[in-house]
Design a protein around this ligand. Structure first.
Ligand SMILES: [Zn+2]
Length: 353
């Protein structure tokens, strides 16, 4: 019996040597330690043994069982460790690989131009005034000297906004320019200081909307930056000085400017300001269409009717206003040929700035 037990042990241990995977180990456990294994048959045969044999064989059989269980446990640990080592070797971190670059956003080219404009006017004492994008006909047109049926309204067809009550001839609309903000700012100001309002120096940036055909030159949404200065004894000379200074700081110290007479309902007199083409130095190129000059902004002295609508007495106060398109300026600076790039969210375009 002792020999038989020894034979079982040797056979089992030899078989265990060649095992290299989990399922083979499980099969081995069933074969050598399971209910119908040769070792279990020895335990089952106890009844047939004599009193003297029983403890000796029992002890020997137990020793074999313990030895086989220990060997099987060891094998399992060994296989687990090999598995871990293999995984570690396969998934090793290669510290020589370049790191993954963090995606960092950038500022939209229009935002960059807007911030430059803020900086220049900020240095001259102008503050930023923001106002609503949905306006009433009253503020968008009437208070700015565009009465109903005024022909200048034809240039600014817009999107109307449905409202719950019938607003008659004062419908809600998406603003066509930032100019209604001028009236809001003036009224706020004269409301706070009705007797002796201090001077106003503001710029009004924001999105405007017009119902237009979308082409390379025009979009249904675009930014405007408008400026307003109101005080006592402000003259056209102040307007020219401020805007020429702006042009030099924005386009270079050598930037030339010229003013051409123009017409806007809310300023009188009105002008367009051109800057000497900074791409060809006035020699004529495709951007300035050979003229040597680029039209940058519209401006003028605030119309007396607009001053009255804002709560200022035109006999005492005067002021100037101007407005420009940051997309247009960005297009000229970077030779961008099509305004539609600005809102098409194409990273190939946006990543260039
Ligand atoms: Zn040019």
């Amino acid at each position: 019996m002792q020999e038989k037990l020894e034979g079982i042990k040797q056979e089992a241990l030899a078989a265990l040597e060649n095992i290299d995977n989990k399922s083979a180990l499980e099969a081995w456990q069933v074969k050598y330690l399971g209910r119908s294994s040769a070792l279990m048959d020895v335990f089952k045969s106890f009844g047939t043994l004599s009193k003297e044999e029983k403890p000796v064989v029992g002890k020997a059989a137990n020793l074999v069982k313990v030895a086989l269980e220990a060997a099987s446990g060891e094998k399992e640990n060994l296989m687990n460790q090999q598995h871990i080592n293999q995984a570690l070797a396969g998934e090793k971190i290669d510290v020589t690989l370049p790191g993954r670059r963090k995606v960092s956003g950038g500022l939209h080219p229009t935002t960059q131009t807007l911030r430059e404009i803020y900086r220049v006017f900020g240095d001259m004492g102008f503050q930023i005034y923001r106002s609503r994008e949905i306006e009433t006909d009253h503020y968008n047109f009437q208070m700015l000297n565009f009465p109903p049926f005024h022909p200048a309204r034809d240039m600014q067809d817009t999107f109307f906004v449905k409202s719950e009550q019938d607003r008659g001839d004062d419908p809600l609309m998406l603003r066509t320019h930032t100019s209604p903000g001028q009236i809001h700012a003036m009224q706020e100001h004269t409301g706070l200081y009705p007797d002796n309002p201090p001077p106003i120096r503001i710029i009004l940036p924001g999105m405007c909307y017009r119902y237009e055909q979308i082409t390379a030159r025009s979009e249904i949404q675009f930014n405007q930056v408008e400026g307003l200065a109101i005080g006592k004894e402000i003259t056209f000379g102040d307007l020219k000085g401020t805007l020429s200074n702006f042009a030099r700081r924005m386009f270079g110290q050598d930037a030339k400017t010229r003013f051409r007479a123009s017409h806007f309902p809310f300023t009188e007199p009105s002008a367009e300001m051109d800057v000497g083409c900074f791409l060809c130095n006035g020699e004529g190129c495709s951007v300035c269409k050979g003229a040597g000059w680029l039209e940058i902004l519209g401006c003028g002295m605030v119309h007396p009717t607009v001053l009255i609508n804002g709560g200022f007495d035109p006999e005492v106060y005067s002021g100037f206003a101007f407005g420009m398109g940051p997309e247009r300026i960005t297009m000229m600076r970077h030779h961008i040929e099509d305004i539609r790039y600005f809102w098409s969210n194409d990273l190939r375009f946006l990543e260039q700035f």
